[in-house]
Design a protein around this ligand. Sequence first.
Ligand SMILES: Cc1cc2nc3c(=O)[nH]c(=O)nc-3n(C[C@H](O)[C@H](O)[C@H](O)COP(=O)(O)O)c2cc1C
Length: 354
Amino acid sequence: MSSPATRRLLDLLGIDLPVIQAPMAGVSPPAMAASVSQAGALGSIGVGAVDAAAARGMIHAVRARTQRPFNVNVFAHRPAVVDPAREAAWIERFRPAFARFHAEPPLQLREIYQSFQVDDAMLAVLVDERPHVVSFHFGLPDAPRMRMLQAAGIVLVASVTSLAEARAAQAAGVAAVVAQGYEAGGHRGVFDPDTPDERLATAPLVRLLAGEIALPIIAAGGLMTGSDIAGALRMGAAAAQLGTAFVATDESLADEGYRAALFSDAARHTVMTRAISGRPARSLASRFTDLTADIPDGEVPHYPVAYDLGKALHAAARAKGAHGYGAYWAGMGAPRARAMSAAALVRKLADEIR
Ligand SMILES: Cc1cc2nc3c(=O)[nH]c(=O)nc-3n(C[C@H](O)[C@H](O)[C@H](O)COP(=O)(O)O)c2cc1C
């Protein structure tokens, strides 16, 4: 728990425990981040799916509850490519699914959130608010944006899934990388979803990066207990980032259907799918993943345009009391999820690491 790499990272992040609660856009609220940070780990909020004003509100909501460091996570993906023919075909494909809930699919699909690569208002909020840590998912912002965040004294972290991405992150000047293995829940952080994916699992990825990268490595993917975290530290990680474990906590925004699925047999069947949002992401098997299992990636609209339809179908189903169409993101560790408060989970993880 106290290797030189871990001590260096804890100092950098201003925390006591080598545990990071993963930013989970739409699932991890400010109250979760604050509880986790208060308990000595690093709490995170995900602002990838909200605009700059809402992000500022979330930052203030964390600060109203804790003075301790926390992480603000943005999506730095290549901005969406509009493809009207592909999108029209996607809408038609789902018309029968909407009809089952007496609903119509959207007439058009939208790019429902802006990438941090082009979001000047979000950059201005982060520079102004100066959270202790900012992390990137899906890629890296350009050099001027990196410099502005660094000049504001913010510690920068990037998710990576391969050695090439880790090298790019190191060259861009981040202070640490999240090594996200294929087991991980939620979206894969791959920089370019249209190039072949190496699909490295967490353990081989951490070991590979530990031998090649000078930065502290944060292991992510399938880690649910303190003993899992201790194992990752032994492989050369300086800390661990856990998402699915926190989906199960009291503070999580996971709805009734999501929680029920997480604590059911569905937890043993996670699938990597691009059909929900347009980017590969690991989800609990659901009606939506069954419906889309055979669709070739090339037919799915680009991220996050596809997500506009996925969210609309989920809303239509929920309006009729049907579950199973939500984005029930979870990693391969899902069967070991434990329900408790976020602070209790951090305390439990700390005990188990020891
Ligand atoms: C519900 C959910 C939402 C997620 N949302 C984000 C996000 O907004 N930003 C991000 O960088 N990572 C996100 N992730 C991925 C996590 O950062 C992390 O890589 C992953 O949770 C680790 O695997 P685990 O879920 O097996 O712990 C999400 C993961 C989950 C489970």
